[in-house]
Design a binder for this molecule. Sequence first.
Ligand code: 5GP
Ligand code: MN
Length: 322
Amino acid sequence: MHNIINHLKKSNNILLTTHSHPDGDAIGSLLGLGLALEQLKIKVSLYNESALPIVYQFLPSIHRIKKDAGNIGDYDTVIILDCSDLHRIGAICESVIKIPVMINIDHHSTNTRFGEFQIIDPVASSTSELVYRLIKEMDIPINVGIAYALYTGIMADTGSFRFSNTTPASFEISHEMVKHGADPHKVAHHVYETISLNRIKLLTMLFDTIEVSENGKLSIMTLTQQMLSASGTLIEDVNGLINYAKRIENVKLAVLLYERKASLRRKSGSEFHVSLRSDGTVNAAALAMGFGGGGHHNAAGFDIRATLPELKKIVFDFSKHL
Ligand code: 5GP
Ligand code: MN
């Protein structure tokens, strides 16, 4: 950690980024660290390839995260947050390698350990928790923007302090963030309690797609582009859908098959993103790694080029191992 701190104190212009289709932890860690480094009078640019989910638009300074990375040649350092491998940041991965120093901050056990400097701890609840440790080591004061960002990141990645990655540290840091001005009711209101009518319509369509394997241990939900357009929702408006499939009794592994937009299908060569959620008895990250993806023991994902019937056959085969 000290090498990283020494380096950061010498840096003048830093690009910070995180994985495309960001979740609460990706956004929280990006915003939290960006706002903190800025207090050291370092110039920072925050970048994400995707549109940000509506539910996180309430975060103070969220507008600082841009879809334009600026001029890559201007940066002396790039910080990659919450990415188990560099490709997760999207198309920009090819140009950021030209930035002289790369720092990798992540909590995925499948992290490929890219970059000159790394802060990797798979036991940490979230990347936001690692950002908190760094900010503390650097003696940077926590302002209300940082407090909201890190609280939201930890809350999102622990499933509101319900998942097995919830530790005393998750509560201790959250406690401190609340003391610094993060309002838990406000965060929960925006992230969980506000659902558009269109999203409810999408849910009814999605529930109709649920299939369960013969032994009852595997559930599959399918989300197509046609369903998004018919319900008038955007993919960045929906999150946590897979949790419905995971709550079904006796299910050990829940799977969401998400059909990519036609434009992205051409660009990335993958037709589907597959999300996996385990009840803990099966290692979802190991299954995902078998298809070039990664993640955590209980939550993982991968991209695949296949037709829907081919993909369903592959996924139903997972049930034999459950
Ligand atoms: P989700 O299912 O929400 O997309 O992702 C669940 C977890 O798996 C997250 O921690 C995410 O970072 C990881 N993950 C999802 N898709 C991929 C992928 O294609 N590659 C890798 N390495 N990790 C992924
Ligand atoms: Mn995370």
